[in-house]
Design a protein around this ligand. Structure first.
Ligand code: SF4
Length: 478
């Protein structure tokens, strides 16, 4: 029997939730967020994690995040990575640059490449097919985890393909629904035939319309994002889901985001589609160098409710339609004009609730790169079973100020010193190697001064130099 901090007036059978016998409702998840103690949330989420993954093994993947271009038609207010095509530091990697990066990955024992870019307006479908088939021919053993849903939504608008219309950047959703879905299916089929293995969950941010239209200018909306993943699932591809929180959204928006992922996963299971979401990763917004980061902070001591909560709760209660911009502005005039950054406690609460809520998702990733390795380590006791990826560069999150970067030895040490055994996994979360022998990377280190955190590699034009050591970051940002 687990004693609970939930108010007795509104009891939740948390024992049944932890045992996997009962599903949390949206209201119950909100109740937990608002009233349960951090310690209780951690206990419950950890118990679910142990039920799903056992008490011993905690995983990571060795991959490399390659951002093939930073040219992007969208203007997300939280992004410091994008460039217009004409800017001096805009780039698109050449075939040789791309292959050199993958070769370095393979030389260091990596198994996967995370291939994501901006939404480039001028690259045709043949560019992506050639890129994938070339990579597969040269490195058949490397799993290609590529193209987040916003990129694929842009492909649907921009690619010239026989029998399908084209649309202006950011306007693919204006096609008739059945045409949009048919073109989406055709594009995913072609990319898959060329070598695409799975689809990363970048660009999830917050799905709620009243949040997304303020922060993701010119980018896929929440429904399009989810429909891309549903199409990938129908075609047998595994995907991940992400959430970037701690900005203008209300807490209800976070639960709504998780609920949409859970509902779409239910659909995939119900239809017995061969693909699924295999993981969920959430991380707090990083503000440096971004337009959204310059928005003033909400003053929690003002006694006024956070405007994002006011708007989110009005939408949740059906008082206003999230698509009605006037109603949103009238209901909460300051929504979107103040940010509420997430600290470590908020991060751990949110991650723990994601483990309790997403009962149909296999893995929860600890997003330590934005909060620091020690908080990431704590994340293993708040529902996470996976420490993300060891990889050799990252450009998107690091452009917004994140500098945490560790090597394989430290990552294994973080897992082991938390009381678990580190293990390398693949994209489907199958265990490739358990690090329990004396030859484990962390157990061979005698001088830890050589394994300090470092600044992540940042891609610059014409620069294909890379760090010598493997570094870690979240695997599905962007
Ligand atoms: S987050 Fe991605 S889609 Fe948005 S502006 Fe940056 S590169 Fe473009």
């Amino acid at each position: 029997m687990i004693r609970s901090t939930i108010p007795p007036l509104d009891p939740i059978d948390i024992d049944a939730v932890v045992a996997g016998e009962k599903r949390l409702s949206r209201d119950e998840a909100m109740q937990l967020y608002r009233h349960a103690s951090l310690h209780d949330l951690g206990r419950w989420a950890h118990a679910v994690c142990e039920r799903v993954h056992g008490p011993d093994i905690r995983t990571f993947v060795k991959d490399r995040n390659i951002n093939y271009t930073n040219v992007c038609t969208a203007r997300c207010t939280f992004c410091a990575f994008r460039r217009d095509g004409g800017e001096a530091d805009a780039y698109t990697l050449s075939r040789d640059e791309l292959h050199q990066k993958v070769r370095e990955l393979v030389d260091k024992g990596g198994t996967q490449v995370l291939l994501q870019g901006g939404m480039h307006p001028d690259l045709p479908v043949a560019f992506y097919e050639d890129l994938l088939s070339d990579l597969k021919a040269a490195f058949p053993q490397v799993h290609i985890h590529g193209f987040s849903p916003p990129e694929i939504v842009e492909f649907v608008g921009l690619f010239e393909m026989e029998g399908f219309p084209v649309a202006a950047p950011g306007k693919s959703g204006q096609m008739p629904e059945e045409v949009w879905v048919a073109k989406l299916d055709a594009i995913l089929g072609r990319l898959r035939a060329a070598g695409l293995d799975s689809v990363p969950g970048g660009g999830g941010e917050i799905f709620a319309e009243h949040v997304r239209r303020r922060i993701g200018l010119g980018k896929a909306d929440g429904r399009q994002w989810l429909e891309v993943m549903a199409a990938a699932h129908r075609q047998g591809m595994l995907t991940s889901a992400t959430m970037m929180f701690g900005h203008i959204e209300g807490v209800t928006d976070r639960i709504d985001h998780m609920d949409r992922v859970r509902t779409y996963q239910d659909r995939a299971i119900e239809h017995n589609w061969p693909g699924r979401y295999v993981s969920f990763i959430s991380w707090p917004f990083q503000r440096e160098n971004t337009p959204l980061g310059r928005v003033p902070d909400w003053d929690a001591s003002s006694g006024e409710p956070f405007p994002g909560d006011v708007l989110a709760d009005a939408v949740e209660q059906g008082a206003i339609d999230a698509h009605d911009k006037d109603a949103c502005n009238t209901t909460s005039p300051l929504a979107g004009k103040l940010v509420r950054m997430a600290g470590a406690v908020d991060y751990l609460r949110t991650q723990a609730i994601s483990r309790l809520y997403l009962d149909n998702i296999h893995s929860i990733g600890a997003s330590w790169v934005t909060m620091g390795p020690r908080i990431g380590q704590l994340g293993l006791f708040y529902g996470a079973n996976d420490m993300g990826s060891i990889m050799m560069e990252e450009n998107v999150v690091s452009a917004a100020g994140t500098t945490y970067c560790l090597d394989e030895e430290v990552l294994c040490h973080l897992i082991r010193s938390s009381g678990f055994t580190p293990a390398q996994r693949d994209n489907a979360y199958r265990i490739l190697r358990v690090y329990n022998g004396e030859d484990s990377p962390d157990l061979r280190v005698s001088d830890w001064s050589r394994h300090r955190a470092a600044v992540l590699h940042k891609q610059t034009p014409g620069d294909i130099e890379t760090q010598v050591s493997l570094t870690i970051t979240d695997s599905d940002d962007g």
